[in-house]
Design a protein around this ligand. Sequence first.
Ligand SMILES: [Zn+2]
Length: 427
Amino acid sequence: MNREPIDPVALDAAVDDGAERAFGFLERLVAIPSTVGNERTAQDLMAEELGRIGFDVSTIEIPASIGDDPSAGVPQMGYEGRHNVLGRLEGGDGPSLLLNGHIDVVPAEDPDLWSADPFHPVRIDGWLHGRGAGDMKGGSAMATLAIEAFRLTDPAGITGSLSFLSVIEEECTGNGTLAALAQDVVADAVVLPEPTDLDVLVAGVGILWLDIDIVGHAAHASTADRTVNAIEIAACLIGALRDLEREMNADVDEAAMADVPHPYNVNIGTFHAGDWSSSVPARTRLGVRVGHPTAWSADEAERHVQEAIDRAVQDDPWLRDHPPRIHKSGFRAQGYAIDPDHALVEQIRAAHRDAHGTSPSTVAMGSTTDARYYLNGSDTPALCYGPRARNIHGVDEAVELQSIVDGAKTLTRFLSSWFAGPPEGTT
Ligand SMILES: [Zn+2]
């Protein structure tokens, strides 16, 4: 089918008209602290917004058995009462498109370090501050703004099927998207409005989460020189993980990561130990996130971590008798990439060029997104394109409001060209 693309001036005007309403929706969404296990209220708001725009809204449950899937992460808790939200718009037999946004946000552990309460969004100099404003509620607001503007401008414009999927657990397992994919929630192509600075994100590394339990010998601090401090042992094991990190980055043999400085980061994200300053601690638990080459499966990455720990253990008599234990704790994510020359990438770049007069870059990152499930698991083209954010996962996270409008203007053009008939090679 070949419908003529509609007047871009009208699309832009509709986006501009809807911008303030989209910002208000975003503020209400950011005000809900949708950390893992607490997604429900935010999903209800997302469902309400999708319904207001005209989507048929349903929920997609995550089965308790999801953890048995070889590409699942380790469930963080039960899935009772924790679901994905799906909006569908059916317009005919034309092409299908899925937009995927995650509702979960990472915690904001130290609100006193923030300029304002992380869950009380405030606008400062054109940026909306708040946990999740950038990663990625701002992107979801960009998508709903674009869809509404597109529908208002061209009510018959969706010639096929357009879906918006709001998932949980993107930040720790990916099991929300995996469960939806297993229930056939997919399309000819997928766009994830993650924060990409209005560039096109085409690749991510493998990500593995592990807990490492280290045992020392508890005692009174007066005998600390004769006993084994679990915190100090942990420090030496962290050194062993740094060695592994150095090895991985010494020879990056992955084309997609060629321009990414230091793509594989090993992060000590949590450290739990000790209960008294005058007691030698008996136990340390490290929560570790390992970015690793795409060529490695999660099992292979885990083996590399085990070997790095084993090498450190060999040097220490206490550790030889009390080897640290490694547990899977979340992500078991394979790296992913879409060919930067893929027709889908070119189509979104063309939409951006048309809206803004400049070509967005294609970029890769030393992190993951749920795009991996579509690219690796179902052979469906997927990419990320979204607003400009700063300090994601950090203090004073924020999204630039104008970039939401700009990204929506790209997306309306993309919707227009997509539903006029996607280019060869994407369906
Ligand atoms: Zn994200």
